[in-house]
Design a protein around this ligand. Structure first.
Ligand code: AMP
Length: 300
């Protein structure tokens, strides 16, 4: 495994693998890696000759009030995990190389995708995400890029960007990896103390309860699905709901009636952490809730 920190070194490595016509699978991350990230790396490895992972805590996607300075970091541990996972290249650029002082061009998503839910709570967030992902794609020039369905709105924003800007990269969205009790793995779970960690399962429980009510009753409505999610989170005193929504997974427009595909999306604050989760109703009527792994909580 090679760890590359400069743009010039990355360009040289890229020339080498492209010269050999090797396909490249790319996994962009902000580090503090867990099994969710590693599932993306595994898939990138299995489908491509070269697997590249970036670790870059992107300042442009954090609002001034957010957690940029305290975002968890542990590069030595990340590198050990990536080495064990068979990564070929880890790209860890310096912020000044990605955003030099005269940097002045951003990708600005628009429409419902860029206005509702995460976009409404985190103004400017998707501008930062779209900008850094396009820059990383231009630097790495992957054949395929791997993202987590856990960040469903991010996936939808990026798919839109790739189509709208004719970016020749195939985007694959992989299922959410969960702790044994259902909590979606997230670097931000490390902010949770023991009691908040237990309370944090409220998001998964809310999604599960809504999905179960959909399967159980023909009388289910969009309003009843939302009510089920809202009530489940309200029953957990340590959690404060940001939103519980039922929307189109591609456009993030709210749905007027139940249909597949349909996304149930939820966000809540639990103690010091803001957590998001979602579940997708597939066209074949099955729910994609992702995968639970291990019996042990992997929160560091
Ligand atoms: P992050 O480091 O949080 O920016 O995440 C990097 C990538 O890992 C994104 O595509 C995320 O959607 C994905 N990811 C984060 N958590 C999970 C999870 N629990 N399961 C699957 N993918 C995830």
């Amino acid at each position: 495994m090679r760890v590359i920190t400069t743009l010039a070194e990355l360009a040289a490595a890229r020339e080498a693998w492209m010269g050999e016509k090797q396909s490249c699978g790319f996994v962009p991350t902000m580090g503090y890696l867990h099994a969710g990230h590693l599932s993306l790396v595994e898939q990138a490895r299995s489908e491509n000759e070269v697997a590249v992972v970036s670790i870059f805590v992107n300042p442009a996607q954090f609002a001034p009030s957010e957690d940029l300075s305290r975002y968890p970091r542990d590069l030595p541990h990340d590198l050990a995990l990536l080495e064990a996972a068979g990564t070929d290249i880890v790209f860890t650029p310096a912020p000044d190389d990605i955003y030099p002082p005269d940097f002045n061009t951003y990708v600005v998503p628009s429409g419902a995708l860029a206005e509702r839910l995460e976009a409404a709570v985190r103004p400017g967030h998707f501008r930062g995400v779209a900008t850094v992902v396009l820059k990383l794609f231009n630097l790495v020039q992957p054949s395929r890029a791997y993202f987590g369905q856990k960040d469903a709105q991010q996936v939808a924003v990026l798919r839109r960007m790739l189509t709208d800007l004719n970016v020749p990269v195939e985007l694959l969205a992989l299922p959410t990896i969960r702790e044994a009790d259902g909590l979606a793995m997230s670097s931000r779970n490390s902010y949770l103390g023991a009691e908040d960690r237990l309370a944090a399962t409220a998001l998964f429980r809310a999604l599960q309860a809504a999905a179960a009510s959909f399967n159980a009753s023909a009388d289910t409505t969009i309003a009843s699905l939302r009510r089920t999610m809202i009530e489940t989170v309200a029953a957990e005193p340590r959690a404060t709901l940001d939103y519980a929504d039922v929307c189109d997974p591609a456009t993030f427009e709210p749905l007027a009636e139940l249909r597949a595909p349909m996304l149930l999306a939820i966000a809540a604050r639990v103690g010091p952490a803001r957590l998001i989760d979602n579940v997708l109703l597939n066209r074949d009527g099955s729910w994609n809730m992702g995968r639970r792994i291990g019996g042990q909580d992997s929160t560091r």
